[in-house]
Design a protein around this ligand. Structure first.
Ligand SMILES: Cc1ncc(COP(=O)(O)O)c(C=O)c1O
Length: 458
C-alpha cells in the first residue's frame, strides 16, 4: 500500500528556539512597527513566513562545503566549483556571481536597457521592476488572463500571454525591446509555474524578432517539478533534465541563490553573449567585486554550488510542493480565499476577497498581514497596493515557506491561526499611509489604522 503521509526528508541536527509573545506585547510591537511587518524585530516573530529568500536551512553537505571555501581574491577554487555546478544545470557560457538577485538585475538592465526601452515579463518581481525603472526603462507584465482570477485553477497560471508579447513587440518595435524575461516560478503572480510549452513559444517569438530571452530563475527547481507533475510528456524526466531543457530556450538568466540555490546569501547572472559578459563583469568590478567572487565569500560560493544541486532532488521537491499545498488546501477547505492552485514556495491569501469591507486604498493586504501577526505571531507580506501602487491587480498576502525550516506541526499552527482570523474578519480595519519612500516603498512605509487617523484629524 503506498504511504500517504509525506514526511520531511531530513532529520534535525541543530535547533533554533522561537519565542512566544503575548497579544498585548504584539499590539505594542505592531504599533511601534507602524503596522509594517518589515519594521518588526524578528525575535518577536513566532513563525516567520515573510519570505523564503535566504531563510532556508542548509544541509550537512553545505556546511561541510563551507569549510572548503577558498577565500582567494582572484581565481579562487570555490569559484570553479560554483561555475561548474551552475553550468551543469543552467548551461550558459558565462556565470557571474553577485551578492544576491537584485545585483544581477541591476547589472543586466544597466548594460542592456536604455531610457525608454520596454522589458516584457510574465510578471516582474518588485526588485526587477524597480531596477528596470531605475534605468529609465518600462517594465510590462504580460501574464495570461487566467492569472488575474485568484480562484481560477490552471496548471500553469504563471505563463506569459504569447500573443500579447508579439502584439507589444509589433506596436513598439523590436529595437525598443532589448530583452524579454520569464520569471519561473511567477512569484508576484502567486508562485505559479510556467510550462515548458510556454517557455518554448516565448522563445520562438524572441528568436523570430532577434530579442534575447532571459529567465528570472529564482525558483527554477520548483518550476521543473511542477512541469514533471503537470505537463504531458515530462513525468518520466528528472527535474534536472527539465531545468536544462527550459534554460536551453533562453540566452541567460538572473538568479537569487537565496531561493532554489538553498543558500542564505548569493546570486548570479548568466549569459551566452561574449560582449555583454565583458560589460557586465566591468560593472561587477565597480560595485560587487572581482568576477571570481562578485561580492560573496568563497564559502558562500561553495554553499551555492551544493545547494543548486540539492534543490533538484526529487524527495526534497516532492515534500516541498506537498507541504505548501497542505497549508493551502487546509485553509481553502474552510472557505479562506487563496490563489488557486497552491504555488510552489508560498500560499497567497486573496485579501480583497478575505476583507471585502476594506477598500483597496486602505491596503486590505497590509491589514490582513498585521492581523495574522496580532493573532498568532505569524509574519507574512503584502503583495499588492502597498508594494505596487496603482499597478497592483490584486491584493495578496503571501505566506512564504522557508526551505527545510518548519515542520508539519508549525504548519498546523499556521492553519489554526488563519482560520481564527477568518472567523473574526469583519472586525479588521483598514490602514492608511503616514510615510512612504520614493521607490520600493513597502520596505519602509509607515501606516496607521484608518479610525485612529480620522480621530487625530478631528
Ligand atoms: C522572482 C524574484 N526575482 C528576483 C528576486 C530578487 O532577489 P534578491 O532578493 O536575492 O535580490 C526575488 C526575491 O524575492 C524574486 O522572488
Amino acid at each position: 500500500m503506498p504511504v500517504k503521509t509525506i514526511i520531511e526528508p531530513f532529520r534535525i541536527k541543530s535547533v533554533e528556539p522561537i519565542r512566544w509573545t503575548t497579544r498585548a506585547e504584539r499590539e505594542e510591537l505592531l504599533r511601534a512597527a507602524h503596522y509594517n511587518l518589515f519594521l518588526l524585530p524578528a525575535e518577536y516573530v513566532l513563525i516567520d513566513l515573510l519570505t523564503d529568500s535566504g531563510t532556508g536551512a542548509m544541509s550537512t553537505h553545505q556546511w561541510a562545503a563551507l569549510m572548503e571555501g577558498d577565500e582567494s581574491y582572484a581565481g579562487s577554487r570555490s569559484f570553479e566549483h560554483f561555475r561548474q555546478s551552475v553550468q551543469s544545470i543552467f548551461g550558459y557560457r558565462h556565470v557571474i556571481p553577485t551578492h544576491q538577485g537584485r545585483a544581477a538585475e541591476r547589472i543586466l538592465f544597466s548594460v542592456m536597457c536604455k531610457k525608454g526601452a520596454i522589458v516584457p515579463n510574465n510578471t516582474h518581481f518588485d526588485t526587477t521592476r524597480a531596477n528596470i525603472e531605475f534605468v529609465g526603462a518600462e517594465a510590462v507584465d504580460l501574464p495570461i488572463p487566467e492569472s488575474r482570477h485568484p480562484d481560477l485553477r490552471h496548471p500553469f497560471k504563471g505563463n506569459m500571454d504569447v500573443d500579447e508579447l508579439e502584439t507589444l513587440i509589433q506596436n513598439v518595435g523590436r529595437q525598443n525591446v532589448p530583452l524579454v524575461m520569464l520569471t519561473v516560478t511567477n512569484n508576484s503572480g502567486g508562485g505559479q509555474p510556467v510550462s515548458m510549452e510556454n517557455a518554448r513559444r516565448v522563445s520562438e517569438v524572441c528568436r523570430r524578432y532577434r530579442i534575447p530571452l532571459y529567465f528570472d530563475a529564482c525558483r527554477f527547481a520548483e518550476n521543473a517539478y511542477f512541469i514533471k507533475l503537470r505537463e504531458p510528456g515530462y513525468a518520466g524526466k528528472s527535474p534536472v533534465e527539465i531545468a536544462r531543457e527550459m534554460f536551453s530556450c533562453g540566452d541567460g538568466c538572473t538568479m537569487s541563490a537565496k531561493k532554489d540555490g538553498m543558500a542564505n546569501i548569493g546570486g548570479f547572472l548568466c549569459t551566452n553573449d561574449e560582449v555583454l559578459a565583458q560589460q557586465e563583469k566591468n560593472l561587477l568590478i565597480l560595485t560587487e567585486g572581482y568576477p571570481t567572487y562578485g561580492g560573496l565569500a568563497g564559502r558562500d560560493l561553495e554553499a551555492i554550488a551544493v545547494g543548486v544541486q540539492e534543490s533538484l532532488e526529487e524527495d526534497y521537491l516532492r515534500y516541498r510542493i506537498a507541504s505548501t499545498a497542505y497549508l493551502g488546501n487546509h485553509i481553502a477547505e474552510q472557505g479562506v480565499p487563496i490563489v488557486q492552485p497552491p504555488g510552489g514556495h508560498a500560499i497567497y491569501l486573496d485579501a480583497r476577497a478575505f476583507l471585502p469591507h476594506i477598500p483597496v486604498e486602505q491596503f486590505p493586504g497590509v491589514a490582513l498581514a498585521a492581523e495574522l501577526y496580532l493573532e498568532g505571531g505569524i509574519r507574512s507580506v503584502e503583495i499588492g497596493s502597498l508594494m505596487f501602487g496603482s499597478a497592483a491587480k490584486m491584493d495578496l498576502v503571501r505566506l512564504a515557506i522557508p526551505r527545510r525550516v518548519y515542520t508539519q506541526s508549525h504548519i498546523d499552527y499556521v492553519v489554526e491561526i488563519i482560520l481564527e482570523v477568518w472567523r473574526k474578519r469583519e472586525q479588521i480595519q483598514g490602514l492608511r499611509l503616514s510615510y512612504e519612500a520614493p521607490f520600493l516603498r513597502h520596505f519602509t512605509a509607515r501606516l496607521e489604522p484608518v479610525e485612529q487617523a480620522v480621530a487625530q484629524t478631528l
